[in-house]
Design a protein around this ligand. Sequence first.
Ligand SMILES: N[C@H](CCC[C@H](N)C(=O)O)C(=O)O
Length: 300
Amino acid sequence: MTDFFKYQALGNDYVVIDPRSTGLPVTPETVRLVCDRHFGIGADGVVHGPLADPRPGVPVPLALFNSDGSVCGRSGNGLRMFALHLADRDAGSWATGEPFTLRTTAGDSPVRILDRAAGTVQVGLGRPVFEAAALPLLNEDGTPAEGSTLSVPLTVGEQKLTVTALDNGNPHTVVPVDEPTPELARDLGPRIAGHARFPHRTNVQFLRVVSRGVLEIEVYERGAGYALASGSSACAAASAARQLGLCDERVEVRMPGGSVTVTLAADGSVTLTGEVRQVATGDFAPALRALLDRTPEAAR
Ligand SMILES: N[C@H](CCC[C@H](N)C(=O)O)C(=O)O
């Protein structure tokens, strides 16, 4: 039995908890402790799955959590790491390079392992929605906003920004800037992520358009904070740039942890391709396992 399998995608790291190999109760409390970089394993999030026996041709259900214990509908990196985990654990069709489907609360996502040795994995995140109701987004007076979110005036403290907001299975706010920096992401990111106009919070990307083929972003993730990389964020920034006429249908998105390729089809659907690697597998020490088993939900 193995308690956990840790993966990373350009430094965005997740712990996979597989019910086939551990009976750990996965709750917001156990997720927070597992993700704690001092008292736990340390990660940006947890992938819990497969939640049903994987069968070829049948979508494989899983659950995704941010390190703060919140549930998220989609994670471009988390889904790709889980795809590699299935291939690492089973010699099924996942390992053959044939496309297969993962299912989360945000819907189905097609995945494909393009190069097992290089860890190159692709995921489809569908068509992003640039509508206020999808985020959801509120007006300054707290009433529900309506209509396009391609260009949204947003006041953050003394700053008046114009942002692009969208949903691609999770909410994103793209902020065009001259120079994305970690300092900017750590300072302004949380103030946008928790802004009153986003009742479900939002992931935040600070975007510089280097060319029509290259974007550069810094990311502050809802529920996980500053991130070296983020799959759905890279797709959100590329989708926003495309809608604003600033990039081509295939872009390299550069993040501090490395680069991914985002393809934007004519129908609006978005595909992410990049490297995923396993970091470690292991068991929780008895003292940690005792703590995990004693968290309030687990104790119920
Ligand atoms: N923090 C995000 C989920 C993780 C997204 C990111 N890790 C990715 O690769 O897409 C949210 O709460 O919507």
